[in-house]
Design a binder for this molecule. Structure first.
Ligand code: HEC
Length: 104
């Protein structure tokens, strides 16, 4: 039943939003985010989100602004190009997991 599956996805999304403070992400999601980060973001935002060569320091990005992160990364913001064509939504979720819960 597809509708049940969809509902499950909604529940999962809700759970992730609720857990943002508890910072609970599946380790494999964080790992995937780290890989996507090294492939696409390192050049501007720095190794392990440290010492960014010229873009903003993501280590200081507010941990309760998931929606803003998803929007900025998907659609771009000022000097940052949009990533929505390059990285799928679940990849951008993985980046968020990495930002919140990954090793810095
Ligand atoms: C070409 C260099 C470049 C790359 C590559 C890049 N960014 Fe950025 N990013 C920027 C710049 C510059 C800013 C600051 C934008 C501004 O405020 O003018 C920024 C800002 C951001 C912000 C803050 C947005 C906000 O709402 O304040 C986030 C989050 C972000 N980048 C995530 C990422 C992620 C994740 C990747 C990899 C998929 C990435 N960036 C790759 C240059 C880059």
């Amino acid at each position: 039943m597809p509708s049940v599956k969809y509902f499950g996805a909604l529940l999962f999304a809700g759970a992730v939003a609720h857990n943002a403070c508890a910072q609970q992400f599946p380790p494999e999601q964080v790992k995937r985010g780290a890989a996507i980060y090294s492939a696409n973001c390192v050049t501007c935002h720095g190794e392990n989100m440290k010492n960014p060569p010229w873009a903003i320091d993501l280590a200081t990005f507010p941990r309760d602004e998931r929606a803003r992160f998803i929007d900025s990364v998907t659609n771009g913001v000022r000097n940052m190009p949009p990533w929505g064509d390059v990285i799928k939504p679940d990849g951008i979720e993985a980046l968020w997991a990495y930002l919140v819960a990954g090793e810095k």
